[in-house]
Design a protein around this ligand. Structure first.
Ligand SMILES: [Zn+2]
Length: 327
């Protein structure tokens, strides 16, 4: 069967073969960067598992009762678990409910499929609770965990799953997939892919999103702080209108570019934010390379802190203070 996305042939070939041979493990761990299609792969596998007349190659028919219920989002034998609204974590209660759900017999006699994403959002108690289900899975149960940060999962959970890695696809494959979806707009497929570190679904999601406007605000704000035209507090409040995650992502992206430009100007070709290169060069001229590396390290730590309980306003202010001109 054709893979759900062109760069997933290997992974799809593996799971569909296992499915046909009845050797699909009870737990799969799909890993890889954000925006490469882990969830798409997991959902395609779910559809195939619940199809009542799938093809020899593992393709869901799209017409049977199972497929119709899947399309309507009402199939009783599958469930997706994510952090509840306003929460960053998957809680133990959600996993307890999931475990008892998986232990029940299936409504339609096929598999019972649970999708947990992002699996790194499982808090410690939830992960421990999930471990029990992984150790003694019901015969019909298939658990699919998706994460871009497998190291955040306990080794005990990881070791009970078959890991399937989805990497960044070759640039030409990604661009061929993305280009036909773009209206003639501000950015080419290649530019969007560069901004999304090569992850095709993340690149597609940039089109028409607030993310690109946030990127512009980050570059303008950074330039204003570096030249002393604006103070870190007002700039960080401005950035926070988009939440903390996006400004941090773009600050990381542009800081990496500034270091590239600063350390060797011929790296101009490899910067992600090529359209804003002139501004990035001007920022880079005001900060020496050693300080830039310090800012980069600080940013890496801030990205980690942002996943926890850190106060986003203080986090951004703290980062921006590092960029203020020394007096
Ligand atoms: Zn079907």
């Amino acid at each position: 069967m054709t893979a759900p996305l062109p760069w997933l042939q290997t992974q799809w070939g593996q799971v569909s073969r296992q499915m046909e041979q009845g050797r699909l493990p009870h737990a799969l761990l799909l890993t890889g960067p954000t925006g490469v299609g882990k969830l798409t792969l997991a959902r395609a596998l779910t559809r195939s598992l619940l199809c009542e007349q799938r093809s020899d190659e593992g393709a869901a028919c799209g017409e049977c009762r199972g497929c119709r219920l899947m399309a309507a989002g009402t199939h009783p034998d599958t469930v997706e678990i994510s952090p509840e609204e306003d929460s960053k974590v998957i809680k133990i209660d959600q996993i307890r409910t999931l475990s008892s759900y998986l232990s029940l017999t299936t409504q339609y006699g096929g598999a019972k499929v649970a999708l947990v994403h992002p699996a790194d959002a499982l808090n410690v108690n939830a992960a421990n609770s999930l471990l029990k289900t992984l150790e003694e899975p019901a015969a019909h149960a298939v658990l699919i965990l998706c994460t871009s940060r497998p190291a955040s999962l306990p080794a005990t959970v990881r070791s009970r799953c078959q890991t399937l890695r989805v990497g960044i696809p070759p640039a030409d494959v990604a661009a061929q997939w993305l280009a036909p979806q773009l209206q003639s707009g501000e950015f080419s497929a290649e530019q969007l892919l560069a901004l999304a570190s090569g992850a095709p679904l993340a690149a597609a999601a940039l089109v028409g999103s607030d993310s690109l406007a946030c990127r512009r605000r980050v570059v303008e704000g950074l330039a204003a702080v570096v030249t002393g035209r604006q103070d870190p507090v007002s700039v960080s409040s401005e950035w926070l209108k988009a939440g903390a995650e996006l400004p941090l992502y773009w600050l990381y992206s542009v800081t990496t570019d500034i270091i590239r430009l600063r350390s060797s100007p011929e790296h101009g070709a490899s910067v992600a934010n090529a359209d804003l290169m002139a501004t990035l060069q001007r920022i880079g001229e005001r900060v020496n390379l050693r300080e830039l590396f310090a800012r980069h390290d600080q940013l890496t730590a801030a990205l980690r802190a942002a996943r926890g309980q850190a106060n986003p306003q203080l986090l951004l202010e703290d980062l921006l203070i590092g960029w203020t001109p020394s007096t």
